[in-house]
Write a new protein. Structure first.
Length: 294
């Protein structure tokens, strides 16, 4: 996987983020009065059921490798899932996603601190301009609880993506996702019981659909961030914002204004520019490698 190109990793992330928008849309249909912790538990339960058949042939020993990092990621993922439901139930789909996509910018300094990655000028510029686009869309005059929740989601996404490289490479993507959900289930069940709302299994279908879609996104993250350094591909996370604008308009009648469209352009344009810069650099490095070998 290390030999995969940056362009491949960015393409995978773009696909994953577009799929994730539909998962968010399903969550938004639950409304403000939904039992949040029950819904999160149902998502994890359905995810485990979906993933289990893909992991039956795995050895028992492989499931006990890297449990420390699986435990950390599972509970970070759980925290993000809770705040995602809260923020999506209140904010417009495009606005919530715009804040979620602060994650790539958060990843840049974290990657430098955790892994010592060097930040290139193009990646820094793309991150700053992209985040400026997020602010243009949100137009924050004050920070609501829903907006704060969305920022927590962005932070959890960034941390989870960074810790992917801490996971054992011999484990399959399905094993990684299964452990992330399975290890977090005791905590989510405890929260659901603490919530003390009547158990209602009717949201299970919606939760299952949301889980299936978000698993696709999570799988693309595992593949992409194992394939390339995070500072080179993180800006590709912004691509789902276009999908959020379109889905929000079609399903929830959320009409984007001119300012929202301007912010979207500010987010996507640096992504396209960064991809072009990285392709040129990759081509240049390949030519130099060939020259050295000769």
């Amino acid at each position: 996987m290390k030999n995969r190109s940056v362009g491949f990793a960015m393409t995978i992330l773009i696909i994953g983020n577009l799929v994730a928008v539909f998962s968010d849309a399903l969550i938004k249909t639950m409304g403000k009065d939904a039992a949040v912790f029950q819904f999160v538990f149902f998502r994890q339960l359905s995810a485990v059921i979906i993933l289990l058949p893909f992991c039956l042939r795995a050895t028992k020993e492989s499931f006990f490798v890297g449990l420390k990092w699986h435990f950390v990621r599972a509970h970070v993922w759980l925290l993000g899932a809770v705040f995602m439901v809260i923020s999506l139930s209140t904010l417009p789909l495009a606005t919530a996603n715009a804040i979620f996509y602060a994650a790539p910018l958060i990843m840049l300094p974290l990657a430098m601190l955790v892994y010592g990655e060097k930040l290139s000028r193009p990646s820094i510029a793309a991150g700053i301009i992209g985040f400026a686009g997020v602010l243009v869309i949100v137009r924050p005059t004050d920070i609501s609880w829903a907006a704060f929740g969305a920022l927590v989601v962005a932070f959890t996404i960034a941390v989870n993506n960074l810790f992917i490289r801490k996971l054992p490479t011999q484990q399959s993507v399905a094993q990684t996702l299964l452990l992330t959900n399975l290890i977090g289930m005791p905590a989510s069940l405890a929260l659901a019981l603490w919530e003390n709302k009547p158990w209602d299994w009717s949201p299970l279908i919606t939760a299952s659909g949301s889980s299936a879609l978000i698993l696709v996104y999570a799988a693309t993250c595992v593949v992409a961030y194992r394939a390339a350094e995070s500072n080179k591909i993180a800006s590709a996370e912004y691509s789902g914002l276009i999908g959020a604008v379109i889905v929000g308009y079609l399903l929830f009648n959320e009409v984007p204004d001119v300012t929202t469209l301007m912010g979207t352009v500010m987010i996507i344009a640096p992504l396209l520019w960064l991809a072009k810069v990285e392709r040129k650099q990759h081509k240049k490095d390949s030519i130099q490698a060939i020259a050295v070998n000769e």
